[in-house]
Write a new protein. Structure first.
Length: 78
């Protein structure tokens, strides 16, 4: 499950002044998002195409983090 965090919104170059009202319009708790992030599946329920760049950023961030945690990243292989 991909988790969207504030960093992903910024990486997608979204204006936070516009994102906060978007969250409210869709019934998402802004403060809970800031504290814990939000599952990409919840954002998909909006059927809003504007979420796709944010989800791509989150997937890239998570893939990069996973690559840095893999044993191959630390022992010189690959």
């Amino acid at each position: 499950m991909t988790r969207i965090i504030l960093q992903d919104l910024r990486a997608a170059r979204y204006c936070l002044a516009g994102v906060r009202p978007w969250f409210q319009r869709h019934g998402f708790d802004w403060q809970d998002f800031l504290d814990h992030g939000i599952a990409s599946e919840r954002l998909h329920t909006t059927r809003d195409a504007l979420i796709e760049p944010v989800i791509r950023e989150a997937e890239t961030r998570e893939a990069t983090a996973a690559a840095h945690r893999s044993p191959e990243a630390f022992d010189g292989r690959k």
